[in-house]
Design a protein around this ligand. Structure first.
Ligand code: A2P
Length: 280
């Protein structure tokens, strides 16, 4: 990867720009509009939002105000947990599309797997709705988020379409090896939410020392490290200089030895959210 518009290729055949602009915890309104607009004007071609973030309307406005042609952009949104099931999922998709003001979505994800009673059926009914949207062309690729290996195995039992993406928490100290290796061996691209550990990576002295060697910030080191693990990073920022800083990751390469050092860091800075036990 040499630039923000370089792509990974999904199992749907579509290209997905290699760094996505994250919008989790980006307040709705002016902040979301301006940060999305600024990100696109800084070269990001991939924006990641979700119904539960509450900012789809403003994200859509930022996209339009950026002046960049829709066909050059890759937009992801996600189905919230209260909308699981076939019919509710179709309705929720429609609502997201309208809020964003778009006529198609590039990637639509199930945000979290159902983890309570009847979970396999609920997840597969929801997936059938995404498959219909995919067949109809309303969404160009479909995927999941926060699915562990057993959720994926169970989904694949009845799925017609293999998810194109699994978006999971992934940063130094939280690599989810088992999930990542299952995804890679099944042609599912892994996306990293919170590649900076929602900021918790940034004061780590070990990462700071490695970043210094390359003349880079810890944020840039983490984003590059995600890419070198063949995972797609989704850094979030509402601050113009950081939005730009996080794009400057193509002019250095982390050595094998440093990759190994970072890859073997023990667990730290994780959200603690476990898809098997979250209560929402
Ligand atoms: P802000 O949005 O206020 O600029 P993650 O992507 O892991 O969820 O991390 C997002 C957090 O990291 C946000 O608090 C964001 O702050 C902060 N952040 C993003 N990029 C940088 C950067 N280059 N330097 C410092 N902090 C950053």
């Amino acid at each position: 990867m040499n630039s923000l518009s370089d792509t990974f290729v999904l199992n749907s055949g579509k290209g997905i720009p290699c760094i996505g602009f994250g919008t989790w915890q980006t307040p709705d309104g002016e902040t979301a509009v301006n940060s999305v607009k600024y990100a696109i004007q800084s070269g990001y071609r991939h924006i990641d939002t979700a119904a539960i973030y509450g900012n789809e309307k403003s994200v859509g406005q930022g996209i339009r105000e950026s002046g960049t042609d829709r066909s050059e952009l890759f937009i992801t949104t996600k189905l919230w947990n209260s909308d699981r099931g076939y019919e509710p999922a179709l309705k929720a998709f429609d609502t997201s599309l309208k809020k964003l003001g778009l006529d198609y979505i590039d990637l639509y994800l199930i945000h979290w797997p159902e983890n309570k009673a009847n979970s396999a059926k609920v997840n597969s009914d929801t997936w059938r709705a995404l498959e219909k949207l995919y067949r109809d062309g309303a969404v160009k690729s479909i995927g999941v988020s926060n699915f562990l290996e057993h959720h994926l195995r169970s989904l694949l039992d009845s799925a017609e379409t293999v998810p194109a993406v699994n978006q999971i928490e992934f940063h130094p100290g939280q690599m989810q090896h088992e999930t990542v290796s299952f995804c890679k061996s099944n042609g599912i691209l892994v996306e990293a939410w919170s590649p900076l550990g929602t900021g918790k990576m940034l004061n780590n002295p070990e990462l700071a020392e490695i970043a210094l060697k390359y003349g880079k910030s810890v944020a840039q080191l983490c984003i590059r490290w995600v890419l070198q693990n063949e995972v797609l990073p989704l850094p979030k920022s509402i601050t113009p200089c950081r939005i730009e800083e996080n794009t400057n990751v193509f002019d250095f390469e982390i050595s094998c030895a440093d990759m190994q050092t970072i890859n073997s860091m023990p667990y730290f800075g994780g959200s603690g959210l476990n898809p098997d036990t979250v209560t929402y």
